[in-house]
Design a protein around this ligand. Structure first.
Ligand code: F6R
Length: 608
């Protein structure tokens, strides 16, 4: 969701800005723009198309300092006039991620002072506000700090001034922004993938930080305005990890990266002989000893991972667990229980609702917080006491795939650690689970071999408008995830139900035009599920069943069965996710949708 790149260098920065925006395309956007200082004036280019179009339009643009942006519309429709950068009186230019909550109030104040607004965005107030200070003090840093003090809401910004070709200001509060350190050149960006083209050195800005970049170096100021040092890190990302390679889409690449992502996530555990709480942080043993229930907070796909974990945690570890959608929890009046462990799950670690839910939980008295997240240094990681980093690598496709299965792996580890602490895991059982975890990457690899078969099945869905997904128990959340994947990238309306609910309503929808996808592992609910499938068959529904080989469900008239290579016991939800991801991917290919950047969606949802 929205992306920022900024650069100050001795060379023309336009190619760096454009390349940076291309690398941020995955976050989702509907317009793009850049501005540079050239001969003491602002040269701005904006476009409602793809970054490639912006690149075309800015071929003749040249400057050694500049800021650029991909916009995902919040205030004001996607259009060129609403695209960033926004300027004030040809002097100040601003790019902004986040939402300024008091923008209406500021807008009328600034209008009263004679400022003319040319867009419907909240961002434009920042440009005018900075301008109103800058014309008095001619100090871009101080003007930005004064303007920020008036803002209510979340932001990451980049600012330049036409008459100051050697200074770029960046600031963050509630939205991610980092600083890239090159050789005599400096950069800002919303995430590191934008800067790998120029540097591996990164400084993670803290909440409330303001940074002033110049050719001679940079200075960081904390929320109180005092100069502060922040460590320079070497990013573990490399160019290869964000490139498409042999694949057609990032989603396909990321589906195929799952064996490696799981192996990396489980590495420390699989190499050891036993499970210890320390994998969740130094204070984990102490925290875990004090808790007796779990509340999982997350959004979208991450919340589906939480729903699977609820089954694991209650059955294996004997720990009561509730799962709540973060955007609901943050506004609900709830009862704090000091013995609850709050677990947030997030690929990006920057999802506004999940972050707000975490902070809400802390504000009402929850002391024990654990983040399961894919991005080190993200806000959710930094604001949680305990943490587990999934090692899925950068996930570029908007639809979450490898992040989900690695979250499941992390949650299974949490389950085992708590089960061991609660005396519910014998040494033999622990070794058996460790064995299964070591085998997991190759089990996933075996499922991926079914790709051509699933690509064929996908053809049956191309002309459909609706689909129903069924699962039971542990696999009901997997049905939900399968439906979410299908709807977000193929735009086919898909619903998921626990199969036992079918006859309580959704069965009315079933006819020969309604594909029904069933997740059918060989577990204790299999016979129940088989009866549910008969109910569909009897109504002429077309069944697509992902069945473990021992289930004895076979293809017949109206029943298409894909045999899974093996039943993975408690880890079965991870294996059963793979064919549903592939199904969604191939249906989207059939329909010709923009797989990696589905309409209206953003990768990292940093606004409410
Ligand atoms: C769906 C998807 C979203 C995210 C959700 C939470 O494929 O990716 O539903 O799961 O926006 O994002 P994170 O996990 O970054 O907090």
């Amino acid at each position: 969701m929205c992306g920022i790149v900024g650069a100050v260098a001795k060379r023309n920065v336009v190619p760096i800005l454009v390349e940076g925006l291309l690398r941020l395309e995955y976050r989702g956007y509907d317009s793009a723009g850049l501005v540079v200082v050239n001969d003491k004036s602002l040269e701005r280019v904006r476009s409602t198309g793809r970054v490639a179009e912006l690149a075309e339009k800015s071929l003749k643009t040249n400057g050694t300092i500049g800021i650029a942006h991909t916009r995902w519309a919040t205030h004001g429709v996607p259009s060129e006039r609403n695209a960033h950068p926004h300027t004030s009186n040809e002097l100040i230019a601003v790019v902004h991620n986040g939402i300024i909550e008091n923008y209406e109030e500021l807008r009328s104040k600034l209008t009263g002072e004679g400022y003319i607004f040319t867009s419907d965005t909240d961002t434009e107030v920042i440009a005018h506000l900075i301008h109103s200070y800058y014309i008095k003090n001619k100090d871009l840093l101080k003007s930005t700090q004064s303007a920020l003090a008036e803002l209510v809401g979340a932001y990451a910004i980049g600012v330049i001034a036409a008459d100051n070709p050697d200074q770029l200001i960046g600031a963050r509060k509630g939205s991610p922004l980092l600083l890239g350190v090159g050789e005599g050149e400096y950069f800002i960006a919303s995430d590191m993938s934008a800067l790998l083209q120029v540097t591996q050195k990164v400084v993670y800005l803290e909440e409330g930080d303001v940074v002033a970049l110049a050719l001679v170096g940079y200075k960081i100021y904390d929320a109180k305005g005092g100069a502060i040092e922040r460590p320079v890190n070497i990013s573990e990302l490399n160019n290869e990890s964000v490139e498409l390679g042999e694949y057609q889409h990032y989603m396909q690449k990321e589906i195929h990266e799952q064996p490696q992502a799981l192996a990396d996530t489980l590495e420390s555990v699989c190499n050891s002989q036993s499970l210890v709480p320390g994998i969740f942080g130094a204070e984990a043993a102490n925290s875990f000893a004090q808790i007796n229930r779990i509340l999982i907070l997350a959004c979208g796909t991450s919340s589906h991972a939480g729903m699977v974990a609820k089954y694991w945690l209650e059955e294996i570890a004997g720990v009561p667990c509730a799962v709540e959608i973060a955007s609901e929890y943050r506004y609900r009046v709830s009862v704090a229980d000091p013995e609850t462990l709050i677990v947030t799950i997030s690929q990006s670690g920057e999802t506004a609702d999940t972050l707000a839910a975490l902070n809400h939980a802390k504000s009402i008295g929850h002391k024990h917080t654990l983040a399961i997240c894919n991005v080190p240094e993200s806000a959710i990681i930094r604001q949680s006491k305990l943490r587990f980093l999934t090692r899925a690598g950068p996930e570029i496709g908007v639809a979450s795939t490898k992040a989900f299965t690695t979250q499941l792996a992390a949650l299974f580890l949490l389950t085992l650690v708590l089960a061991k602490q609660n005396g519910r895991l014998s040494a033999k059982q622990e070794q058996a689970h460790l064995h299964d975890l070591r085998h997991l990457p190759s089990a996933v690899l075996a499922v991926l071999k079914a790709e051509p078969e699933i690509a064929e099945l996908a053809k049956h869905f191309a002309d459909k408008h609706h689909a129903l997904f069924l699962g039971r128990g542990l696999h009901y959340p997997i049905a939900l995830e399968g439906a979410l994947k299908l709807k977000e990238i193929s735009y086919i309306h898909a619903e998921a139900y626990p199969a036992g609910e079918l006859k309580h309503g959704p069965l009315a929808l079933v006819d020969s035009d309604m594909p029904v996808v069933a997740v059918a592992p060989n577990d204790i609910l299999l016979e129940k599920l088989k009866s549910n499938l008969q109910e569909v068959k009897a109504r002429g529904g077309q069944l697509y069943v992902f069945a473990d080989s021992e289930t004895k469900i076979h293809s017949s008239e109206g029943v298409h069965v894909m045999q899974m290579p093996e039943h993975a016991g408690f880890l079965s939800p991870i294996l059963h996710t793979i064919p549903l991801q592939l199904l969604a991917y191939y249906v989207a290919l059939q329909k010709g949708t923009d797989v990696d950047k589905p309409r209206n969606l953003a990768k990292s949802v940093t606004v409410e």
